[in-house]
Design a protein around this ligand. Structure first.
Ligand code: SF4
Length: 195
């Protein structure tokens, strides 16, 4: 089932909210759920238990998806139409992939910024404080037009590289960074566990 359509017609947020769907937001993708339509088949939970977990509040955390594309696949597997998705700011995922600029990273001491190589403008940042040789990640953000391309993940990876290089640990407070550490066991060597 195409999770961004109803009766073959592409839906809008207004359509879905008007039909009684509830919105579960993330940076690049919104998932909508209508409990009155749900047939409790469980394709969603089996498809990605990080995003869909019965009993948790909220039971859908769209930002836990590995990628928007993967989350869309799971939503499309919902047979009842209780789940819908809307991708932010574009009509065609592939189109954005082909027009993405290149980026560089600049370590400014208390943040690493993402720079669009073409425009030289800041396109995102990951901010951290330092205490007791620990980098406390407080914020990760990417400008809306560049979201959904793994850049926030790359920002977290840059802080991991910095911590290894400078023999420091990391304590993520920012929810996105916390999720990255949860799903990437390869970051365990720099994760501060004793706080
Ligand atoms: S896949 Fe759809 S119908 Fe099945 S449990 Fe999830 S939301 Fe309900």
């Amino acid at each position: 089932m195409e999770g961004n359509k109803i009766n073959g017609k592409t839906v809008t947020e207004e359509d879905l909210l008007g039909l009684g769907y509830r919105k579960y937001y993330s940076d690049d993708l919104d998932v909508f759920y209508n409990k009155d339509i749900c047939a409790h088949v469980g394709n969603c939970v089996r498809g990605d238990s990080n995003v869909f977990e019965v009993g948790r509040r909220p039971w859908i955390i769209t930002g836990n998806a590995e990628s928007a594309e993967q989350c869309i696949q799971v939503v499309n597997s919902c047979p009842s139409g209780a789940l819908k998705w809307l991708y932010h700011g574009q009509d065609n995922l592939a189109k954005e992939e082909t027009t993405m600029p290149t980026f560089t990273f600049e370590d400014q001491g208390d943040q690493i910024i993402l720079i669009n190589s073409d425009t030289k403008q800041q396109a995102g940042e990951i901010a951290f404080m330092e205490a007791e040789s620990t980098l406390i990640i407080v914020h990760t953000g990417v400008n809306p037009e560049y979201r959904g391309n793994g850049l926030a993940e790359q920002l977290v990876a840059k802080v991991v590289e910095k911590a290894r290089r400078e023999d420091k640990k990391i304590f993520p407070i920012c929810p996105f960074a916390q999720k990255e550490f949860k799903i990437k066991p390869e970051y365990a060597d720099v994760l501060r566990q004793d706080v």
